[in-house]
Structures are given as structure tokens and as C-alpha cells.
Write a protein that binds this ligand. Structure first.
Ligand code: ADP
Length: 510
């Protein structure tokens, strides 16, 4: 056959054909190829074949596209390989490629036959002829399932090149089909994924879970992927499929469950600690009380004189017990929103004086300095409950500071507020725990149950009472140097002032 004759044959071919030299430069393009590619022959002759390929498909590892396709066609016993090419109008088109080569290396002639892959088959009407034969209607049904399944789906061949994927998949990983179809999955950076792909090519199922990060946008999506091999009729693996689930919601539900579990565990721990402390605290006054009553009984039986101090001590233990039980009751009333307050005009200066008088028995070696206001300080509030707050602050100041130190109490008016402060020279409070002091059952780490008794309820109750008066309670403290607790309450003359700013008020005190 002469050169002219073979050229005529090629011109007459229905399938698009491109012929290249050994350096992969185009020598010839037949009319069918011109029609498919949108280029005219003279525009292509002499130019590299790579011009007809999307950037991402120009090389496969160290091989050029044509070398790679040639070896694949060879592996497949001459069968075409599906891929995509780049058209003159910059769009892409899916084609089946067959690459043939002959001649010595460098001198070769390479022919590339490009067959169009038909656009989506749209026929619906015909029912399937038989279960094994795929009719257009069935294919259409497959297509519908593929495109509309609420899961990301993709398919790759045994090279392993991504051949197809649905819209859900590209949306999920935040890219476009154009970018990823034709991608070699072994070129992905995520080693966990490439390991799954390798497993699949060896015929095994594989699972991936993690944050998939797309390179162009850097968007990370938490996904779970199930990879499964596609096995041909002859038993060979001819690629694989992947099912991708977006697990963003599952992840946040899991995180929420973990958080709730931790909170529940913490609540159980707090309850257990509380029970230990509460039983210890409730039991402590009982032993001396019972001893004193026994000694009283003996003396009375022997008709000996009774020391009033014995009775006083017994009473003090009873008062301590009553106070603890009252704190427990108040705390549960607050939790249930049932701690009732009786608001009426009252004088804070009188409440402070009454609370100080009540401290006489507990004062011991301490000195208490009181800097009182020059005029009565009137507010609207529950006198009984506010006295409880002041007494709690005084008791704490005495309890958490060494004997013979001074507790300084001051009451003053600051703008719309009455400001009370109780300062001690005691153990202080670790800075990182100062915020938490007002929480239920909270006790700072520098008070151990044995040396300083307490249920961690006094300040919790105090905060509730003060805030329900439209006021605020806070602390300033330095470890080992002492603490100052402040209470600000709106004056009777002030009409609903906004809650006071601690810093602004306490600055005046120093
Ligand atoms: P309790 O004193 O019964 O433990 P409170 O609610 O009155 O309960 O106080 C909570 C915690 O605040 C105390 O356990 C202690 O750690 C800390 N605290 C309160 N007042 C003082 C103070 N004046 N000095 C040092 N720490 C204090």
C-alpha cells in the first residue's frame, strides 16, 4: 500500500485518529479527529500531543500520557481506556483511547484512536429485555441512582484513575468534576487514602475516616469512606468504588455526647465530694455535743453543780448544726427557685451592727475594725437574708485568717450603691479559683476539710440573695496576704440602677 493510499484510508476512517512521531509531535490528524477536537489539521501538525490533554493528565508518574496509555492498552489486550481530552474551545470531552506504536525507540510512529463516549443515554421507555442485558432504560436508572444517592460515590479503574463521581461527592469535598476526573488516586497526598486504594486494587475492602482536605481550597470535611473492589467476570480486580459519607453532624453529636458525659461525671464527683464533706461536717459537732450532754447528765445525777459554760458549749454545737442544715435547705430552695425574699425599706448600717454583735462568741483573738458611715444607709431589701450574707462574710474572714489578726469592715455610699467590704489578713484565694467561689459546693484548693470546715454553700447562697436585690458580690484576694469581699446594694433613693461595676466601686476602697 502506497503512502497516498494509506492516507486515503485514514481520511475515510469514521473514528478520529491522530498520528505522532516518536517525540509525540503530531504528524497527522484525520477529518473525524478535526471534527471531534475542533482544531484544523494545519493548526496541530508539528505541535506536541500534550496540547490535546488537560494539564492534570499530561504525565503519569514519570511517564507521558501516550506511553502510559500505550502500556495500559497493551495490558488490557487492546481494549480502549476511558479518559478525557482537551478541545480547542477549552472544554473537556470523555473519550475511549487506543494507542498503538511501532518502530524503533525514537523513530516510532504512534497512532491514537479517540472514540467518543456517547452523552448520557436518555431513553427511559423500553423495559429491560433480560436481567443480564443492560438496556438504555436500566442504564438511565443506574445513572439516576448514581447522581441522586444521598452519598458521595466515585469509581476508579485499576490504574487507579478516577473515572466517574457524582455531584454529591464533588460538593462534599469542595471541588469540581473537571478538577478530579482523570486524577490518579495514588497521587493524593493523604497516605491513609492511598493505602485504602492499594488495598482495593488487591481485592480488599478498606475504610477511611478523617478530615479530607482539598488542596485548592484547603477546606476540611470530616468524611467516612468505604472502598470496595470491582471484580470482573474473570475474577480480576478492574478498579474500585467508594461511598463517602459526610460525618460532620455525627462528629458534633459525638462531641456533644462526650461533653455531656464529662459533665455528668463531674456532677457525680461533686456530689460524692459533697456527701463526704457534708457527713463530716454534720458529724463533727455531734460528738462533743453528745459528750457534753453525757457529762451534764452525770453531774445532775450526782447532784453536782452544773457549769453554765458546759451548756453554752453544747448550745454552740447545736447552733453550728442548725446553721449547716439551714444552709443545705437554703441551697436546695435556691435550686428550686423557692427562696422567698421579703423586700422592705431597711438600713444596712443597722444590719452590719447586728451581724457584728452576733460575732462576739466567734471572734476569739481576732480584732474587728469597723469603719461605719456617717449617715444611715437605706436600701430596699430582706433584712433577715442580708444579715445572713454579712454574717457569712464575717464568719469566713474569721475562719480563714489567723487568730490575733485584724478583720476590717467598712460600709460606705458610692453613687447609687451601698458598698460593704470585709477584709482579712488570712490565707487568701488562688487567683484562678476566685470566679468559682460563688458556685455551689465550691471550696478553694487551699482549704482542706480537716483544718477549715465548711460546705461551700455560704457564698453561693450570698450571691443569690445579693443579685436578687439588684446588687453584686465579688472578691479581691492575694494568696497568703488576705481577701476582701465586697457587696454593693442599690440605695433606696436610686431607681433601678444598672448592676454595679466591681472595679469602679472597689477602686475607691484602697
Ligand atoms: P465554706 O466556707 O463553708 O466552705 P463558702 O461558700 O462560705 O463555704 O466559701 C467558699 C470557699 O471560698 C471556701 O471554702 C474558701 O475556699 C473560700 N473562702 C471564702 N471566704 C474566704 C476568705 N475570707 N479567705 C479565704 N478563702 C475564703
Amino acid at each position: 500500500m502506497s503512502g497516498d493510499e494509506s492516507r486515503q484510508w485514514m481520511e475515510a476512517m469514521v473514528d478520529p485518529l491522530v498520528a505522532c512521531d516518536g517525540h509525540e509531535h503530531i504528524l497527522y490528524v484525520n477529518p473525524a479527529a478535526e471534527r471531534l477536537l475542533g482544531w484544523r489539521r494545519e493548526q496541530l501538525v508539528g505541535r506536541p500531543f500534550a496540547l490535546l490533554l488537560p494539564d492534570r493528565l499530561r504525565t503519569f508518574g514519570s511517564q507521558s500520557f501516550l506511553r502510559h496509555m500505550h502500556s495500559r492498552v497493551w495490558e488490557r489486550g487492546g481494549g480502549a481506556v476511558r479518559t478525557r481530552i482537551h478541545l480547542h474551545n477549552h472544554s473537556e470531552r470523555e473519550v475511549d483511547v487506543t494507542v498503538g506504536a511501532s518502530g524503533a525507540p525514537g523513530e516510532e510512529r504512534i497512532t491514537v484512536v479517540l472514540r467518543r463516549v456517547p452523552e448520557r443515554i436518555r431513553a427511559r421507555e423500553e423495559p429491560p429485555e433480560s436481567a443480564t442485558h443492560t438496556t438504555p432504560a436500566v442504564e438511565h436508572a443506574y445513572q439516576l441512582v448514581f447522581e441522586n444517592a444521598p452519598l458521595g460515590l466515585f469509581h476508579f479503574d485499576d490504574t487507579p484513575t478516577l473515572i466517574a463521581c457524582n455531584d454529591y461527592f464533588v460538593r462534599l469535598i469542595g471541588t469540581s468534576k473537571r478538577r478530579i476526573i482523570g486524577l490518579n488516586l495514588l497521587a493524593l497526598h493523604d497516605e491513609a487514602i492511598t493505602a485504602c486504594v492499594r488495598d482495593v486494587l488487591e481485592g480488599r475492602h478498606a475504610y477511611y475516616e478523617g478530615d479530607y482536605r482539598t488542596t485548592p481550597t484547603g477546606k476540611a470535611t470530616p468524611v467516612r469512606v468505604h472502598f470496595a473492589p470491582c471484580i470482573a467476570e474473570n475474577g480480576e480486580v478492574e478498579g474500585g468504588v467508594g461511598i463517602v459519607e459526610d460525618i460532620t453532624e455525627q462528629r458534633s453529636a459525638e462531641a456533644e455526647r462526650t461533653r455531656l458525659f464529662r459533665e455528668a461525671q463531674e456532677a457525680i464527683r461533686v456530689r460524692d465530694d459533697f456527701l463526704t464533706i457534708a457527713s463530716h461536717e454534720l458529724k463533727t459537732p455531734l460528738t462533743p455535743l453528745s459528750l457534753r450532754l453525757a457529762s451534764l447528765e452525770r453531774r445532775l445525777e450526782r447532784q453536782e453543780p452544773v457549769d453554765p459554760a458546759l451548756l453554752r458549749h453544747a448550745r454552740q454545737h447545736l447552733l453550728r448544726l442548725t446553721a449547716l442544715i439551714n444552709d443545705l435547705l437554703d441551697a436546695s430552695r435556691i435550686e428550686a427557685g423557692r427562696l422567698a425574699l421579703q423586700f422592705e425599706p431597711t438600713r444596712v448600717d443597722s444590719l452590719v451592727e447586728r451581724a457584728l454583735a452576733g460575732m462576739d462568741a466567734e471572734r476569739g483573738q481576732h480584732r474587728i475594725d469597723y469603719s461605719h458611715p456617717s449617715e444611715p444607709v437605706r436600701i430596699r431589701g430582706d433584712a433577715y437574708r442580708l444579715e445572713q450574707v454579712i454574717a457569712n462574710l464575717l464568719e469566713n474572714a474569721l475562719k480563714y485568717s489567723p487568730g490575733a489578726s485584724t478583720v476590717r469592715v467598712s460600709l460606705d455610699v458610692r453613687g447609687d450603691f451601698a458598698l460593704l467590704s470585709v477584709a482579712d489578713e488570712g490565707i487568701g484565694i488562688p487567683r484562678d479559683q476566685q470566679e468559682q467561689l460563688f458556685e455551689r459546693y465550691f471550696r478553694a484548693r487551699n482549704v482542706s476539710i480537716t483544718s477549715y470546715g465548711g460546705l461551700g454553700l455560704g457564698l453561693y447562697i450570698s450571691r443569690d440573695i445579693v443579685e436578687r436585690h439588684g446588687g453584686r458580690i465579688w472578691v479581691e484576694s492575694e494568696m497568703g496576704r488576705g481577701s476582701t469581699f465586697y457587696v454593693a446594694l442599690p440605695l433606696l433613693s436610686a431607681v433601678n440602677p444598672p448592676p454595679p461595676e466591681p472595679q469602679a466601686l472597689s477602686q475607691h476602697m484602697h
